[in-house]
Structure formats: structure tokens, C-alpha cells
Design a protein around this ligand. Structure first.
Ligand code: NCD
Ligand code: ZN
Ligand code: ZN
Length: 354
């Protein structure tokens, strides 16, 4: 570990993967895919398109569009890992096709929980035949873990989900591999740390860096609004402890979720923070603030592939201590996209390949 008097100037680690990413579709791919492909070898692509990705055939053609955008930007080695969107009607035989085709997960969005979740699950019981097959063939269930009931306080929706949904579900499917996505609370970190069986969690950079004050500092700041929403400082600290604690159950998933500027800065602004432009820089800042830069490699590059039973990457990236300012905005299809920390000084920067 470094002392404040002699901080490291570079950090070289095995190339990381992003285990939770939204890239949207169409022209938007050309803005966002290169940002991710510049840093990560692989990314787990979320299926919440409009309409959602509910068949293996759709996932494979979506993968080709993502690959084409990466190749067009010079990143031919980038590998999108694909997922299916679980609905009340996703059939068990589709899981067999997905497994055969190399899809790596099936995503549970409780109906109404988040962006493009209208087609999500209304009652877990309706998915049990499909979950049975997933458990049998080793297809992971990736969970947006929030209840949607309007009587549950928005800030409590993740913690309530653990008790009312996740624990009963895992009791019924004890061998199902589960990833609790983008965890935001101490309760979720504690549950994942101590639960029995195959469970892990992804953690975003923004939930490591910010607490809920960020949404309200100096006025309403919609670019900090995502779901699950940022929580109190004690929760941020619990997430930092989980991410930097060395447990193989916690790994990197940016949940970078681009929305056009005018839809974020809106009377009912969309949920999602865009971080792909500076993902590793933001994680490095969070780990350095916790004096745990030495833990970043395992979190970013080892724990994810180990959980998904995929090979670790073998090439490396280097981050340098360098002050730079990401742009305030990127062109995004016909509109624009405001990245998190745009216009702010960051202190780590990905080195370009030689
Ligand atoms: C995501 C999106 O925009 O697709 N938004 C978000 O706030 N995280 C959806 C999600 O991951 O829940
Ligand atoms: Zn989500
Ligand atoms: Zn997401």
C-alpha cells in the first residue's frame, strides 16, 4: 500500500471487463461502444432495449451490431457478452438455445422497476419453469434488486427486495447462480458477503464515489439520478468496504446507462448515469480514496470472470496519474450525452496503447 508521500504514478493491471453495461442500439452505439472497448476486453450487455431482447436470435444480431461499432472504431478484439430479458413468458426452451449459443445470463427486471422494464416480471412464480432450467444448465440470473410497490419508500426498495424476493427465490432455487446487480446498500453488501451458495454482486463507480447528497447539491442534478438511487454515506462506505475487501463475490459493473441530455434534464428525467467514457479512471479514484489501489485489479479483472467461469484476460492496461478533464458532452445519435464528471478534473487516466 502506498504512503501519501510516495503515491504510485502508474498502475498496470490485467485488462478489466465490465459486468453490467447499457449500450443502447443504432447510431448511439458509435458513441458509447468505443468508450467501453478502449478500456475493457469484454462487457456484459444489458437487454433492456425497446423492445427488449427476449430471444437468442435477437441477442446474437444485437451482438453483431455492437461488434460492428467496435470494429469501426478500431477495437476488433472487444467482446460483447450477451443476456436475455426475463419476462413472464420467456420459455424454458429459449434458455437451452441461449446456453448453446453462448449467452451468459438472463436479466430479471421487476416490472416497472427501472428504465425499459415495462415488459419485466410481474410475479416470480410465472418464471419458475424457466428458472428451473437455468438452474439446471448453469445459466446465471442477473437481478435488478428493487421492489416496485409504491408504498415502499424509494430508498428502501433494495433492502426490502432482499427479504421479500431474493431470499425466498434462492430458497426455491439453491443452486441457481445469482448476480445482485449494481448494489447500493449496506444490507445488500452484507447479504452477498454472508449468503450461502453461488451469489455475487456488481458495484458501480458512481455508487462508490457519491452519496445521495450529489443529487441535490446546489440544485437538482439529474445526471446523478440513477436506479437504484444513490443512498446515504453509510451505504457508500459499506460498498467501498465490499469492493476493496478482496472478497471474490464483488466485481466491477459500471451500469453505464446513456440517456440523451434533454431526457435527463426533463420534468421526469430518465434514470441512468453515463460513466463509460472514464470508467477505470473513476474506479481508480474511488479505490485510491480508500487507500486500496492494490485491490483494484482483482475487483476489476479477476472476480467477474471467475464467477462467470470464463477465462481471465491476459493483456494489461496502464493507468497514469495525470490530471485531465473529460468533455462536458458527447454527440449521441442526433442529440447529446452528458457524462458523469464531465468538465471536472480527474487524477487518473488510461494510457493509450503504444
Ligand atoms: C438503467 C438504464 O438506463 O437502462 N438505468 C439506471 O438508472 N441504472 C437501467 C438499470 O440498470 O436499472
Ligand atoms: Zn438495473
Ligand atoms: Zn443497468
Amino acid at each position: 500500500m502506498s504512503t501519501p508521500h510516495n503515491p504510485p504514478q502508474t498502475l498496470t493491471i490485467i485488462r478489466p471487463d465490465d459486468w453490467h453495461l447499457h449500450v443502447r442500439d443504432g447510431a448511439a452505439l458509435h458513441t458509447v461502444v468505443p468508450h467501453t472497448a478502449a478500456q475493457f476486453a469484454r462487457a456484459l450487455i444489458m437487454p433492456n432495449l425497446k423492445p427488449p431482447v427476449t430471444s437468442t436470435a435477437q441477442a446474437l444480431s444485437y451482438r453483431e451490431r455492437i461488434r460492428a461499432a467496435a470494429v469501426a472504431a478500431g477495437y476488433s478484439a472487444f467482446e460483447p457478452l450477451m443476456t436475455l430479458y426475463l419476462t413472464d413468458h420467456l420459455r424454458p426452451d429459449e434458455i437451452l438455445r441461449a446456453k448453446e449459443a453462448g449467452l451468459v445470463g438472463v436479466k430479471l427486471y421487476p416490472a416497472g422497476a427501472t428504465t425499459n422494464s415495462d415488459a419485466g416480471v410481474t410475479d416470480m412464480r410465472k418464471t419458475y419453469a424457466t428458472l428451473e432450467v437455468m438452474q439446471r444448465v448453469g445459466m446465471p440470473l442477473l437481478v435488478h434488486g428493487e421492489v416496485t410497490s409504491p408504498d415502499i419508500d424509494l430508498f428502501d426498495r433494495e433492502a426490502v427486495f432482499i427479504d421479500t424476493q431474493l431470499i425466498p427465490l434462492r430458497r426455491d432455487f439453491p443452486a441457481l447462480k445469482v448476480v445482485f446487480e449494481h448494489i447500493t446498500t449496506r444490507e445488500a453488501a452484507q447479504y452477498v458477503q454472508s449468503a450461502q451458495g453461488a451469489i455475487a454482486a456488481s458495484i458501480t463507480a458512481h455508487h462508490l464515489l457519491y452519496n445521495r447528497n450529489a443529487i441535490f447539491t446546489g440544485g437538482m442534478r439529474p445526471h446523478y439520478y440513477c436506479l437504484p438511487v444513490l443512498k446515504r454515506e453509510i451505504h457508500r462506505q459499506a460498498l467501498v468496504d465490499a469492493a476493496t475487501g478482496g472478497s471474490p463475490r464483488f466485481f466491477l459493473g459500471t451500469d453505464s446507462a446513456p440517456h440523451a441530455t434533454h431526457l435527463k434534464e426533463h420534468a421526469s428525467g430518465c434514470a441512468g448515469c453515463y460513466t463509460a467514457h472514464a470508467a477505470m479512471e473513476l474506479y481508480a479514484s474511488a479505490f485510491e480514496a480508500a487507500n486500496a489501489l492494490d485491490k483494484l485489479e482483482a475487483f476489476a479483472s479477476f472476480h467477474g470472470p471467475d464467477f462467470y467461469a470464463l477465462p481471465r484476460n491476459t493483456d494489461q492496461i496502464t493507468l497514469r496519474r495525470e490530471s485531465w478533464t473529460p468533455p462536458e458532452s458527447y454527440a449521441f445519435s442526433e442529440t447529446s450525452l452528458k457524462p458523469l464528471a464531465g468538465g471536472e478534473v480527474l487524477h487518473w487516466r488510461m494510457a493509450l496503447p503504444l
